[in-house]
Design a protein around this ligand. Structure first.
Ligand code: SAM
Length: 224
């Protein structure tokens, strides 16, 4: 069951990030007190009902799998409102040699590890001081409903790395624009390097938040 509201970065990994990214810009997005309250609220909802009641998980046609929709009777979600933290398991992996992971983010890259750290996180290889590592946040085994949010080049959801007293590094999904009841929540999986779909050799299905919608009886319909 994917019911983990949010995930703290292990203290040892925080130490490595702080050491390696000292004086560099991690691109952390600032958030408001209202955002912090929204995070607390959605975390409580995940604890109570796994999928917050304003969202619906539905199986889509073809090979896309499941997706997340805003309930047709819910209030619209306004731009910059919090959707939820993206939760999963944090690890450190060699930067250019990691397996493709369908449910993973690399929120921090370009880390050097000490000999002891390489022994712990990359035990099968000989120490190399210049090898680069990234932090991986993987929701394949542990996570919450955000792991079911599909990809679009015209997304209504955006992921930011944020920092708060409770969690120094956390990926939070926000509304990128207004999300209307019945629409699908979609985020872009790609960064500048087209890193997600390229290695898979798959062309993603081109959908917008309105391509598939759900009606008042929670059935999927499409204008296609
Ligand atoms: C993070 S998961 C999203 C949830 C997934 N649909 C499920 O049911 O578990 C990512 C996977 O969903 C599918 N997916 C997401 N967006 C897609 C798209 N636009 N076209 C085709 N497949 C998509 C792909 O299989 C992708 O590897």
């Amino acid at each position: 069951m994917y019911n983990l509201p949010r995930q703290s970065v292990p203290a040892e990994i925080i130490k490595i990030i702080s050491r390696e990214w000292k004086n560099k810009d991690l691109g952390i997005q600032s958030i408001t007190k209202e955002n912090l309250r929204e995070i607390e609220t959605v975390c409580r909802q995940i604890e109570e009902s796994v999928i917050p009641k304003q969202f619906v998980k539905k199986k889509l046609p073809g090979k896309i799998g499941h997706g997340i929709f805003l309930h047709p009777k819910a209030e619209p979600i306004l731009r910059d409102q919090v959707i939820a933290p993206y939760s999963g398991t944090f690890t450190i992996v060699p930067q250019n040699e990691q397996d493709h992971a369908d449910y993973a983010f690399d929120p921090v890259t370009d880390l050097h590890l000490t000999k002891e750290e390489q022994k712990k996180y990359d035990p099968k290889r000989r120490f190399h001081p210049k090898r680069l590592y990234s932090i991986k946040l993987d929701a394949s085994k542990v996570g919450n409903f955000t792991r079911f949010i599909n990809h679009s080049e015209k997304p209504n959801v955006i992921a930011y790395l944020v920092s708060s007293k409770k969690n120094p590094y956390e990926i939070i999904y926000f509304a990128k624009k207004k999300i209307n009841p019945g629409e699908q929540l979609l985020v872009s999986y790609e960064n500048e390097e087209n890193s997600y779909w390229g290695p898979l050799g798959i062309k993603p299905f081109a959908m917008t938040p309105k391509t598939f919608r759900i009606d008042s009886s929670l059935k999927i319909y499409t204008d296609l």
